[in-house]
Design a binder for this molecule. Structure first.
Ligand code: PNS
Length: 171
């Protein structure tokens, strides 16, 4: 294991953790940006969250794998428990999270500082996402979906199709 890189292979690994329920175009922008900064980016989908998800974990994993299939530096897996412990097991040097606005800073900063308290050697990189995606969040996408709105441009086409099918099943 290399102390400088944190990874056995010498790769600089970053974790992009989240619920990804559903994966949005904002997530895609963030993961693309992260993949330009690190050798390997692990999109890490939280399991056992207390919230009832819109999409089951297996579908979130399947969709993320399909969406990121062409990004060779990106892989997708699930995690549970403490993020810093999982990140250490993965040999990660950083956690990457996206920022859209001041509300995100308020949400992210305490988590960043807590993670630093728990594991000082693990950095968190807060990356501003594309300015035109400032309105895109999984929470609002779910609301638009629930109320029958058009999700094109908010989520990748594969996710849009899956959510459309799911809405048809409900009607
Ligand atoms: O997409 P989300 O729901 O905003 O992602 C939140 C996530 C997964 C980053 C956060 O809930 C998390 O890190 N969970 C792991 C539990 C943990 O380590 N908590 C203590 C440090 S804040």
């Amino acid at each position: 294991m290399s102390a400088a890189t944190g990874s056995r292979s010498g790769e600089r690994v970053a974790i992009c953790p989240g619920s990804f329920d559903p994966l949005t175009v904002g997530h895609v922008d963030l993961v693309r940006r992260a993949s330009q900064l690190f050798d390997r980016v692990v999109v890490s989908i939280l399991v056992n969250d207390q919230k009832t998800p819109l999409l089951p974990q297996a579908e979130r994993v399947e969709l993320a794998r399909a969406v990121f299939a062409e990004l060779t530096r990106v892989e997708v897996e699930t995690f549970d428990g403490l993020l810093v412990e999982y990140a250490s097991r993965r040999g990660a040097v950083a956690i990457v999270r996206g920022l859209r606005n001041a509300t995100d800073v308020e949400y992210e900063l305490p988590m960043t500082l807590m993670n630093r308290h728990l594991r000082p050697s693990l950095e968190t990189v807060l990356l501003p996402i594309a300015i035109e995606l400032g309105h895109v969040s999984s929470r609002l996408v779910k609301e638009v979906w629930r109320l029958g709105g058009d999700l094109r441009g908010l989520v990748p086409p594969l996710v849009e199709a899956r959510l459309r099918d799911r809405r048809l099943q409900r009607t």
